[in-house]
Design a protein around this ligand. Sequence first.
Ligand SMILES: [Zn+2]
Length: 340
Amino acid sequence: VKDVAVYYHPLFLKHETGEHPENKQRLVAARQAILDSDLNVEWVTPEPASVEAIARIHERTYIDTVRSTAQGGGGWLDWDTAVSPDSYDAALLAAGAGLEAVERSLADGQRAFMLVRPPGHHACPGKGMGFCLFNNIAVAAAHALEERGLERVMIVDWDVHHGNGTQDAFYDDPRVLFVSIHQGGHYPGTGRTGESGGERAAGSIVNIPLHGGEGDGAVLMTFESLVTPLARAFRPQLMLVSAGYDPQEGDPLGGLRYSEAAFQWMAASLVRLSEEVGAAGPLVFLEGGYVPAMMAASIVATLRGLGGDIPDFERAVTEDERADVLEAIEAVKPHWKGVL
Ligand SMILES: [Zn+2]
């Protein structure tokens, strides 16, 4: 067994979106970059998720809508979320990758990268949106909780957009700690610091909205001041990551400025934290990222981080970055007494 598995299926390329930033070239470029690298990963071809597994997160009527839209030749779930004839099958495979990775990781500790599309973190229980059909990472977390009896799962979301679908799925579930670092005020409009979990799960949702132009300093401070102490206190049994590459400097769909090294550092940091607290994973799910070549290079960097290769990462934190992270800490501090 190699250290890191990459889950990929050729049907992911058959989820046709036309002239759209979320298109198959993203995966074509990423797969080629991994093959061209010196990385020695294990390629895994996933099986489709069952409807029962999807239904742990999504309403049956919504699952039926995705299937019938695909079978009817395709269409649009909203103004930017396309369904093509093969999209339903591709979406089941994308979710299936996460289920298999959870099983493998709980059995032998293997870390994995889900090189999948359609992406998932905007998909809500009752509707798809934001290029996402089924919420792959939420389906994986629900499987770990309901099928494998885990009691604590941590999800870190570093896509430039807020992971509203994942937040919705677990808003009042104390078994899931969801930490999202994103550009505030950007699509889909949620992800404010005050959204911190329901009555039964106060403090289980941690949102860190950043301002446009911020970058690696914010990442560094968030990991050191929030992610690390929260993980040590929560002690997750499984670590999941929604990895978007749209906060990278130069991505047309975001205004943050992460460097390629930041992705490697974040992945390596989560490897170290997972080992420290005894969590399986990290299992990393591809979400956004819209400059294929740039995203591909950063995915290779992420895989290096998952392999345990920690880059030098000295970054100054700007005053604006510090203010944003401190505001996020203040919002959840009452729920984490003695931790933050
Ligand atoms: Zn995104």
